[in-house]
Design a protein around this ligand. Structure first.
Ligand SMILES: NC(=O)c1ccc[n+]([C@@H]2O[C@H](COP(=O)([O-])OP(=O)(O)OC[C@H]3O[C@@H](n4cnc5c(N)ncnc54)[C@H](O)[C@@H]3O)[C@@H](O)[C@H]2O)c1
Length: 337
């Protein structure tokens, strides 16, 4: 078992750690009733198992549809109503069991229902384990855009059990891998080299990726400045997702192209080496995150130009010159043309 200490909570990374859930809960929670929000897929796969593990508790499930559409005001409303109807009280524990969608939605519910209830994250996708369950950001989307309503709300603990990853589809697995490759590129050379050599991640690599995010979150808990480093590849990644209406590319695939574009920008204006671009491209191709023929940067510049902040003040862009070392550079519109 590996254990990472955040200022207000602990992250436990443990193979088969789910079996020890009652022990982890007993350290922070004394009541009998536990409420679990999950999605249909995760409920099918793990609902019974969790019920058996938490046999000494009374467990109430609220199950939402899988996918980003559940990070909505409608689903938020449905979940809080169902929790209240099932008898939840303000000292009862709420668990998010699922990927980033369930984690973000349930965390937001936890931060608002009864003005805040005790909350635990059990992330079940690779992306949620290395990224969304760490850092305290919770929230939902509006039709006008993603993550427009939310808050910062810390769990009592995060339990990461790599065994969950065995049932993930190849595409979902790769989706999380993209964020790990990003973490390696911006903050941990050793992690990057591990990821170059094999495609199935270990507990050690999950821990390394979390440590990269932890370091940034600790200096910038409320996302004012330094968390921006985590956006390497995301400026173009978001542009790609937006242009294709969040349908053709998964987030990890879009940021993979975004990382390649960011490396190209680095080559053009800074000291990023062509060999690094070539190596990352091979890695992303091998993991199925990008495909030949690659998307072209110029096709997405208009999406970035439509950002008013960019037009008025230039754009803070994240460059990786050397593996494990990122920097913020202000770029003008003309720098991309
Ligand atoms: N809060 C943050 O800091 C933060 C950071 C990054 C991303 N996010 C958010 O995370 C969300 C994406 O998360 P995601 O990629 O985990 O998507 P997701 O939650 O939609 O999960 C992806 C799919 O995998 C399924 N699934 C989950 N666990 C499984 C398992 N163990 N076995 C089989 N199938 C399983 C789900 O049912 C779903 O269909 C986005 O909404 C994004 O905005 C938040």
């Amino acid at each position: 078992m590996t254990y990472i200490k955040m200022p207000q909570y602990d992250i436990f990374i443990e193979k088969n750690g789910l079996l020890n859930l009652p022990k982890y809960i007993a350290d922070v929670y004394t009541y009998h009733d536990i409420y679990i929000v999950t999605d249909e897929t995760v409920y099918e796969l793990y609902g019974k198992k969790i019920e058996n593990i938490l046999v000494t508790h009374k467990v109430f499930f609220v199950v939402v549809k899988p996918g980003e559409k559940s990070k909505s005001l409608d689903t938020y409303h449905q979940v809080v109503k169902e929790l209240v109807q099932k008898g939840m009280r303000r000292n009862h524990l709420l668990i998010a069991l699922g990927g980033g969608v369930v984690g973000d939605l349930t965390g937001f519910v936890a931060s608002t229902i009864f003005r805040g209830v005790p909350f635990v994250q059990i992330p079940t996708t690779l992306l949620a384990q290395v990224d969304s369950s760490v850092g305290g950001k919770v929230g939902i989307d509006l039709e006008e855009g993603k993550n427009l309503v939310g808050s910062f709300y810390n769990p009592l603990f995060v339990l990461i059990d790599p065994e969950f990853l065995k049932t993930l589809s190849k595409r979902e697995y790769a989706n999380g891998l993209a964020e790990m490759i990003k973490a390696g590129l911006i903050g941990d050379k050793k992690l990057y080299h591990h990821l170059l050599s094999h495609d199935l991640v270990t507990e050690e690599e999950i821990t390394m990726a979390i440590q990269v995010k932890r370091a940034v979150v600790l200096v910038d808990p409320y996302d004012k400045k330094e968390r921006m480093f985590l956006n390497f590849g995301h400026t173009f990644g978001h542009a790609i997702e937006k242009k294709h209406h969040y349908e053709s590319y998964k987030h990890g695939e879009a940021i993979s192209y975004g990382m390649l574009f960011a490396l190209q920008v680095g080559i053009k204006y800074h000291e990023t080496k062509q060999e690094l671009y070539d190596e990352v491209k091979e890695l992303l191709l091998a993991r199925g995150l990008v495909k030949e023929p690659l998307l072209k940067m110029e096709d997405y510049i208009r999406e970035i130009q439509s950002d008013k902040k960019f037009l008025a003040n230039g754009l803070n862009f994240i460059i990786v010159d050397r593996i494990g070392d990122a920097k913020i550079v202000p770029l003008k519109e003309s720098d991309f043309l």
